[in-house]
Design a binder for this molecule. Structure first.
Ligand code: PGA
Length: 255
């Protein structure tokens, strides 16, 4: 299984010009690294342009595209929404589902996240399900129950046969965008806990083959530890993915 490095640009950058520049730099530096799978998740509008504009479409380097979110219906009267079918048509291979910022600022519930995840799977795109506890929940020793609930609710009604497409990203909320990353030992422990939960809910083979990512203040200095020491299968990178040099370094250190 290849290591997966996902760039989550979030609501950045503010101009198309900057988005093109960032994409071109990343493509030049990280696109040629074939041993690691690199996925870029830009805002929807840039995604269309970077994926489809002839200037880019001829060569993405080795980069794949993902989306930061999606809607759960295929089409219809849902103002402002983007469906998995549209993303599939565009050539998107991944969709991030249940990111902590979606949960926090857009009040996405476990039920909504589950609907989105199932819609993504039905469209035959790979969902990346984000889970993680808040600082408060960790202090109250609720981490295990929070992760268990997010996993079982998020994956409700999903059969083991669908698992080859699913990736789970452990993103402790207290580490996302704070400059305070989870240490390697703890990330490893959480990875094992996630596998244990999947093994109990499904079976040990499904748990063993599951790809688990770490996300939360990843940079070029701490990236390798999560892969080489914590033995996780990839990274979800926010802030550092907006700096082409830093992001390319991250990809290089985990390859
Ligand atoms: P961060 O974001 O790397 O800026 O902490 C990670 C994420 O939100 O996926």
């Amino acid at each position: 299984m290849k290591t997966l490095v996902v760039a989550n640009w979030k609501c950045n950058p503010t101009t198309l010009k900057e988005a093109k520049q960032l994409f071109n730099l990343v493509k030049r530096g990280a696109g040629k690294i074939k041993k690691t799978e690199v996925v870029i998740c830009p805002p929807f509008i840039y995604l269309t342009i970077l994926k489809r504009a002839p200037a880019f479409a001829k060569s993405y380097g080795g980069l794949a595209f993902g989306s930061q979110d999606c809607f759960w219906e295929k089409s219809g009267a849902y103002t402002g929404e983007i469906s998995p079918a549209m993303l599939k048509d565009l050539g998107c291979q991944y969709v991030i589902v249940g990111h902590s910022e979606r949960r926090r600022y857009f009040e996405e519930t476990e039920e909504i996240i589950n609907k989105k995840l199932k819609a993504v799977l039905e469209t035959k795109i790979n969902p990346i399900l984000c889970i993680g506890e808040t600082q408060e929940e960790r202090k109250q020793e609720k981490t295990e129950s929070v992760l268990r609930n997010q996993i079982t609710s998020g994956l409700k009604g999903v059969s083991a046969v669908k698992f080859s497409k699913i990736t789970i990203a452990y993103e402790p909320v207290w580490a996302v965008g704070t400059g305070n990353p989870c240490n390697v030992e703890e990330a490893q422990k959480m990875g094992l806990l996630i596998r244990k939960i999947i093994s109990e809910s499904y079976n040990s083979k499904t748990a063993k083959n599951l790809r688990i990512l770490y996300g939360g203040s990843v940079n070029s200095k701490n990236a390798a530890g999560y892969i080489k020491e914590a033995r996780l299968q990839g990274l979800l990178v926010g802030g550092a993915s907006l700096n082409a040099k830093e992001f390319i370094k991250i990809v290089e250190t985990v390859t």
